[in-house]
Design a protein around this ligand. Sequence first.
Ligand code: GTP
Ligand code: SPV
Ligand code: MN
Length: 594
Amino acid sequence: MAGRSDNKTMQDWVKEMAEMCQPDSIYWCDGSDEEAAKLTKEALASGELIELNQELLPGCVYHRTALNDVARTENLTFVCTDVKDDATPINNWKSREDGYAECREFFKGSMKGRTMYVVPFSMGPVGSPFAKYGIELTDSIYVVLNMKIMTHMGQKVLDAVGANGEFTKCLHSKAQLDLEKRRIMHFPEDNTIWSVNSGYGGNVLLGKKCLALRIASWLGKKEGWMAEHMLILGVEYPDKHIEYLAAAFPSACGKTNLAMLIPPEGLKAKGFKVWTVGDDIAWLRVGEDGRLWAVNPEAGCFGVAPGTSMKTNPNMMLAVQKNTIFTNVLLKDDGTVWWEGHDDPAPAHGIDWTGKEWTPDTKDKDGKPVDGANANSRFTVPIKQVPCVSSEVDNPKGVPISAFVFGGRRARLAPLVYQATDWEHGTYVGATMASERTAAQYGKQGEVRRDPMAMAPFVGYAMGDYFQHWLDMGKKIKNPPKIFNVNWFRRDENNKFMWPGYGDNMRVLEWILDRCRGDVDAVETPIGFVPKESDIDTTGLDIKPETMKALLAIDTKEWEVECDGVEEFFKSLGPRVPKEMFSQLEALRARLKK
Ligand code: GTP
Ligand code: SPV
Ligand code: MN
């Protein structure tokens, strides 16, 4: 038991960090199940975790974060580089010196009375040419147990790094969970991440957003590949052929749900089936065949609980019946869990995510009903427990991508689906994405904000350079994916969603993949190709023809206003925005005028 490494650089770094954080002891993780069982027992004894009903939810535990620590804190997240313009303007910036100096004060003695766990992890299957290795030092057992699910973790990583291999140096301390002293710092030039005073997922599971997106996007730009906030799924056709697509939606906008959808009866009967490769992050490289190939660097899903049910996402409901960590959901009296949108009716009594007694009648001081689960409550589950997991999930080569799909929450404007005319136009479509803010990040909920490629919170460098990287990649890919945009979230005059969403989104995926295979025509509009109404299969769907018409309509006046917003946005990004983005904008304006 306990991990071993003969890597001198690693040992020296662990020692140096321990001298700063002053833990009582240091423990090197080996990633074994015995180790996880022992740590779970300790966390149950200390109250960091709560045991769930082991008969009904075997291997499952429950965790509450601090009340001020339930979502990513983008305002406290920094990219620290020597040259300011290399990171800004979307990212918060500090110089390397200032970033380290500020955080050193917060880390000093932060692990007193605690153990420092050394967590070796790999993003991507160990040994894959895609894989990146990291070591996370943390004083949280919750983090260790989450990392075991979310990454490839343990001795095998120490062996792969060996005496001289490279690794990302990740340091995390929950310290006092002090919001004033919370910082999530990235030092891409040093391959280093420091996170302090938080215990929430995206802030502290450093392999995920910090390494697999912010640091990886920096590396991808340098090395000629892409790290994207994208799910990866395979659609199996009736003839058993599988086409893969990758889709970028902002946080809490439906990636996990789309990645494992079950087609509606009609399409299921035709023989369609969806296989899940990944639900949040894709790393993409050009293959020898001139296509773009994608791997999912993660080994688990850290998914949004509210809204997950047998009706919306049966695959996920089945996955989270065992070996799952539930965070900030409602704890029922029988030791099981519940959240808003669950299949079961609200229990008569439970303990809510804040640790208070809860009943369906609980109201806040203004008389408003109180949710039992936090809106950003989550489950952590091995992806291999998802019944429709793809057999390619561990394939070190990845899967070939036929289509990229962008999308967000837009109550108006964006139609159900449209296709960009080519890669450069597709880059413009991604670069101009916008979405209503969700509970996955702090800030005013519902406000529409620009979120290029769903990467606004996750690009590890200047946004203008990132657009340029997309254009450069397009030139390197002989057979690039076709690019689409979808919007499951259009609302009618009564503020109701117009499209049923979830499994019915398969009806749109069918059109997208038929377009890729050249099997279906489209209508050319100023914004791109839109389906003919009759080409979206609505068999068995209770939707009025005029609703379908409205879902696919383009309001040129609204798009002209949108163009003004895009111009303002591009200008706000400074001089690094490629000129191609402005020519795309002008070309769109001209088409709208015609
Ligand atoms: P992150 O993990 O934050 O990156 O989120 P995600 O993009 O994976 O979002 P997820 O699939 O977890 O969905 C977030 C919320 O949107 C959940 O409450 C879902 O129930 C809801 N949702 C997902 N797909 C649809 C859809 O097609 N229509 C509607 N109306 N809601 C959806
Ligand atoms: C997101 O917010 O996009 C997530 C959850 O996937 S977190 O890990 O918190 O970033
Ligand atoms: Mn995400």
